[in-house]
Ligand binder design. Structure first.
Ligand SMILES: Cc1cc2nc3c(=O)[nH]c(=O)nc-3n(C[C@H](O)[C@H](O)[C@H](O)COP(=O)(O)OP(=O)(O)OC[C@H]3O[C@@H](n4cnc5c(N)ncnc54)[C@H](O)[C@@H]3O)c2cc1C
Length: 486
């Protein structure tokens, strides 16, 4: 809910906003989403503009920004979950935050509707809008998916996947039912892009370490399955490097079904488009993302993929290229032209672009407010780094330098540590890595964390009637009476 006087004003104005917006002395910039784009653009604006030049409000349902490239390491227990998030209240100094979900954008009326976690939706007005709403998992109407699948887009899901996998190991270690064990120890991932490959590689690596704690399970019983629709993995890498990663993971026993789609997963019964069928208690969905659907429902122009259309200055434009005044966008939710090619002429949705676009967006909007010139977005990819588990990786740097194994893994950690926002998070992550190196990573499953009231509910159930004590033996009974009593 509102945290400062300026945002209290914003909320208080709600009722009047839709009637006649009152002129403001200080222009208000509303930033939708507090992720990579939201956090970095707001910080850059605050750095460029004094508090008398602009009021900045960031709206997000979460009170933190998540550095998603570290989520696979969170799932593997190599990084503590709290260390991959940058809390807004510390990272956004002199910037107001509103906790809530943006549920409507009416740019014509310069109004956004915000739905808080508790309470009724309300509207706030703005003078300038930044859209950094990111993407959401792209789900397909596959039977059973919504019920049994779990995404891998945010820190909550990464923690849940970790606890679920470790929990399955414990449950399997205590059952001798062969079929049940197979089902519990089969982990299915759908989607072999960056997020999916890093996730399966890190989690398989963790499961192999964890299984050493359970003498009743043999590592060979673990089955990790990747289902990927195209004929290759990691489209972000060259085919040569992607094939290297594929072969490395196959050597570890990870099973790949390429050119294959998930057809059904009702109750964990996996059926693929190639007719393969097996039982799996875990289905992690990493088969792509789509732009935040709020954009498609708004009056802002969007492309076929639902992304808001922008020019190289990150101003929102209509289909004829005309600038829509006072609206800017960047990151996963925007179709940003890539002068170096990208995918079909647009920047690929990644953190590298999102952070750089956000900083330029902040500079450009500050220039607009000071009647300065706007700059074009131009960034040549620095490279691609992927972790394939502890001490394993693959990377292409500076357009051609290919790294494999330990060196690539070091490049992955080094690059993302530098990119992680705030010095305190960088220090925490580096300290966590050192502690894990010296004392081995923490592999305790905390499954009950996801249902903390379960114990309380059990305690609330009235006790069952006391079991009857066995009948006392009658020493004088005849043999026939004793037999009947038995
Ligand atoms: C598992 C995983 C691994 C990745 N690995 C890499 C990698 O190695 N390298 C790389 O460069 N990129 C990687 N990425 C991609 C990268 O994280 C994204 O491209 C980047 O975060 C996009 O930034 P963004 O600001 O557009 O979106 P986000 O950072 O996702 O921010 C969107 C924000 O909007 C908020 N939001 C959502 N809906 C609403 C709403 N209705 N109202 C208000 N706020 C809302 C969200 O809470 C979030 O804070 C990875 C992504 C994932 C999921």
């Amino acid at each position: 809910m509102p945290q400062t006087n300026e945002t209290t004003d914003a909320a208080a104005e709600t009722a009047q906003a839709t009637v006649t917006p009152r002129p403001r002395k200080v222009p208000r910039i509303v930033v939708l989403g507090g992720g990579s784009v939201g956090l970095y653009s707001a910080r850059r604006l605050r750095k460029r503009l004094g508090r008398r030049e602009a009021a900045i409000v960031v709206v997000d349902p979460r009170p933190y920004m998540t550095y998603a490239p570290f989520l696979p390491e969170v799932s593997a227990g190599s990084i503590s979950d709290r260390d991959v998030v940058a809390p807004h209240n510390r990272a956004l100094k002199h910037i107001d935050t509103l906790q809530g979900r943006v549920t409507a954008i009416k740019h014509g009326a310069k109004t956004v509707e915000i739905t808080p976690e508790v309470g009724d939706p309300y509207e706030i007005t703005y003078d300038h809008l930044i859209i950094g709403l990111g993407s959401v998992s792209r789900l397909l109407p596959i039977p059973g998916l919504a019920e049994v699948g779990i995404g891998f887009k945010n820190v909550e899901e990464a923690i849940a996947v970790r606890n679920h996998v470790l929990d399955r190991l414990i449950v399997a270690s205590s059952t001798w039912d062969k079929e049940l064990r197979e089902r519990l120890l089969t982990f299915t991932f759908v989607g072999g892009g960056f997020a999916g490959i890093e996730a399966i590689a890190e989690i398989e690596d963790m499961a192999k370490s964890a299984v050493k704690q359970y003498p009743t399970i043999d590592a060979s019983e673990l089955r990790f399955v990747m289902i990927e629709g195209s004929d290759r993995i990691l489209p972000e890498l060259t085919l040569e490097m992607a094939n290297y990663a594929l072969e490395e993971m196959k050597k570890r026993g990870i099973e790949f079904h390429l050119s294959t789609f998930l057809s059904s997963c009702v109750d964990g019964n996996i059926v693929t488009s190639t007719g393969v069928e097996f039982e799996s208690d875990t289905v992690v969905w990493t088969a792509g993302v789509k732009a935040n659907p709020v954009i498609g429902e708004s009056d802002l122009p969007s492309d076929k993929l639902g992304r808001v259309t922008v020019n190289t200055k990150l101003q929102v434009i209509d289909e004829d290229g005309n600038v829509i005044p006072d609206a800017y966008a960047a990151g996963d939710c925007a179709a940003v032209p890539d002068v170096h090619g990208g995918i079909n002429g647009f920047c690929v949705p990644n953190a590298q672009h999102a952070v750089r676009q956000a900083k330029l967006l902040g500079d450009n909007l500050a220039s607009v407010l000071r009647s300065g010139d706007l700059k074009d977005y131009e960034h040549k990819n620095l490279g691609t780094v992927a972790s394939l588990g502890l001490h394993k990786g693959v990377a292409i740097l500076f357009g051609g330098l290919k790294l494999r194994g330990f060196l690539a893994w070091c490049a992955h950690r080094g690059y993302h540590l530098m990119a992680m926002p705030t010095i305190s998070r960088k220090i925490r992550i580096a300290t966590g890595w050192t502690a894990a190196y010296l004392m081995r990573r923490e592999l305790v499953p905390l499954g009950p964390l996801h249902d903390p009231r379960a114990e309380f509910r059990r305690a609330a159930v009235p006790p069952k009637p006391k079991a009857e004590a066995p009948a006392k033996k009658d020493e004088n009974a005849t043999d026939a009476e004793k037999a009947e009593a038995k």
